[in-house]
Design a binder for this molecule. Structure first.
Ligand code: C5P
Length: 232
């Protein structure tokens, strides 16, 4: 899969989600389904959106013992999504087990990417609450290297970290990057934001964009602007 814009469908119900997706008559955006929508509507929403022809990043961030994650991933593999994810903090064994579980009997599988450190965790919290007393960037790069060693396909990270991740893990290791805002848009609760154009220059493979598209007066125009800035 090449570079693309993934639209974060952070809606509470299927009705709202379809209302949003129905506006796209000319294109089929790559869609991210997160915990809220999945827990509200279950696997049926994933099958329905897939049935409408969208590619799907199922953002459930699994984190448990290896055997449990392996079995859960085997269930998710049957949903035919394109990207799944987990927390690298679950360790190498958990990531390897997840990959095994995700691999279908015919050898195919969705891409599997890892969350390194959540962007809600800063240096102070990591040190004082998690007792990880190392520079945040070192932790992020070590977790990315662990994900690579376990055979995963990439990480979720800031566009600002994409270049370094590619340096450490190779150019083919995917960087999926949220925290995207238009130059003239509101930042909301995102702290460090990057425009689609800048994310492209920094080497992001996929940008994840929520409110700048879902909250726009004309979401289709906002999506097209994002695609043009990121891909052209
Ligand atoms: O609306 P916005 O563009 O901020 O949405 C970004 C999406 O990316 C949300 O679904 C958010 O949960 C997700 N995300 C993030 N930062 C991370 C990981 C995921 O913003 N580190």
């Amino acid at each position: 899969m090449g570079k693309d814009v993934i639209v974060a469908c952070d809606f509470a119900t299927a009705e709202q989600t379809y209302g949003f997706l129905d506006r796209f008559t000319g294109e089929k955006p790559f869609v991210k389904i997160g915990m809220e929508l999945f827990y509200a509507e279950g696997p049926a929403i994933v099958r329905a959106i897939k049935g409408r022809g969208h590619r799907i990043f199922l953002d459930l961030k699994l984190h448990d013992i290896p055997n449990t994650v392996k079995k859960a991933m085997a269930v998710l593999s049957r949903l035919d999504v394109d990207i799944c994810n987990l927390h690298a903090a679950g360790g190498l064994d958990m990531m390897s087990a997840a990959l095994e579980g995700l691999t279908r009997p015919d050898g195919t599988r969705p891409l599997l990417i890892a969350v390194t450190q959540l962007t809600s965790i800063d240096q102070r919290r990591m040190e004082e609450e998690l007792l990880i007393r190392r520079p945040l960037e070192e932790v992020v790069m070590t977790y990315a290297a662990n994900a690579k060693a376990a055979g995963l396909d990439g990480v979720v990270c800031s566009p600002l970290e994409a270049g370094k991740v590619h340096e450490v893990c190779g150019g083919g290791f995917l960087t999926v990057t949220p925290g995207i805002r238009f130059a003239d848009g509101a930042t909301g609760d995102q702290q460090r934001v990057t425009t689609p154009e800048r994310a492209k220059a920094l080497g992001s493979d996929y940008i994840v964009v929520g409110r700048p598209i879902t909250g726009a007066a004309d979401p289709v125009a906002a999506y097209r602007r994002c695609m043009a800035e990121f891909l052209d």
